[in-house]
Design a binder for this molecule. Structure first.
Ligand SMILES: [Zn+2]
Length: 153
């Protein structure tokens, strides 16, 4: 296991969720440095403002609106292969599977098929559920669905 603070911007991650993300980043670097996985998955984006989330929704880069992404809560990090000085999303699925395997080992989620870089803390699902409006609490909203919107990213 690598040691030291190689990724100082992890202070953008929620303090109570920081441990597994730092462990994942360090393990991914270690495995790559030893030739055990083919690419170096580096943290590409961590905290994302709601304003930037609006822009990403508009431009089709995300399917989540403002305050609907774990990135707005410091509970997601996108890990992207960094190859010879450039970010690359176009690696084989079997390469992305290494990120998934390592994320799961530290208790993080990496299960969105159209967003393989997205690694999310499981606390976000609970937070999102808690923030869903209750139909009974919203006047004249009995017609609204109780199903939460299916947005991630
Ligand atoms: Zn993401």
């Amino acid at each position: 296991m690598a040691t030291g603070m190689m990724f100082p911007d992890f202070d953008e991650v929620h303090p109570l969720a920081r441990g597994p993300f730092v462990a994942l980043a360090n393990e991914l670097h270690y495995l790559w440095s030893k030739g055990l996985i083919p690419v170096w998955f580096r943290p590409f984006e961590i905290y994302r403002t709601p304003q930037r989330q609006v822009e990403m929704l508009r431009t089709g880069k995300s399917k989540a609106g403002p305050w609907s992404s774990a990135h707005q809560y410091g509970l997601a990090v996108d890990f992207v292969p960094y190859i010879r000085g450039s970010w690359s999303w176009t690696v084989p699925l079997t390469t992305w599977d290494h990120l998934r395997e390592q994320a799961h080992k530290v208790g993080l989620l990496n299960d969105i098929e159209w967003d393989r870089a997205h690694v999310e803390h499981p606390a976000f699902a609970k937070l999102r559920a808690a923030l869903q409006p209750k139909v009974s609490a919203v006047p004249n909203a009995a017609h609204l669905s109780e199903q939460p919107p299916k947005v991630r990213g």
